[in-house]
Design a protein around this ligand. Sequence first.
Ligand code: ADE
Length: 230
Amino acid sequence: FNKIGIIGAMAEEIELLHKHVDVASQTTKAGITYYEGMLHGKSVIFCKSGVGKVNAAVCTQILLDSGVDCVLFTGVAGAVDPQLNIGDIVISTSCMQHDMDCSPLGFARGTIPFHARSEFAADERLIELAAAASNRLFSGNSLKGKVLSGDQFIASRETVRLLHETMQGACAEMEGASVAQVCDMNQIPFVVIRSMSDKADGSAHVNFADFTVTASNHSYQIIDEMVKHM
Ligand code: ADE
């Protein structure tokens, strides 16, 4: 990989990139600033997309147009797989939009009508780089799984059960599948790395406030360790 794109949605999620990347230039487009520089001797561009699928889609296309040849997403998520605890890591095997729902027309939940595919597979090499980094840093507290995205903060056990049982999700967040779809449309490899800030249940809003910084830092550490080996 010659130029690595790195996206986070919120300030907390990219704060450590500001600290560690030696930034040479920056450009702003559609209200999003892209910082270009070096991390562990690798050329990177990182940015804060803003929250939600539209922000993430616009951000990803602009990032791809700037010439990156892979995309890493770093951030926090709500745990959906009951094995996961706050602080644990999910590495995307694939991403899907849980709020895409044309079921009255006979499409399964998550299916994008008339689109080539609805579940976007992450890149095998990036998955393995992330898993190796995660094993070195947080032995045992990570899993590979399906990342579900939607324009909703999930805070109910019933929804968590639905997302786990009917869509086989590992975690829920608000950008990954949008980044994944734009990467797929441009044939650019990606992986989403998420650390759990909450369990997407009745305590999610409190846990999210308490653990977003810690979880964001876990996710960043994996990116940092991955980039060393890319
Ligand atoms: N990001 C972190 N926690 C989340 C949740 N519970 N729902 C959606 N996105 C999240």
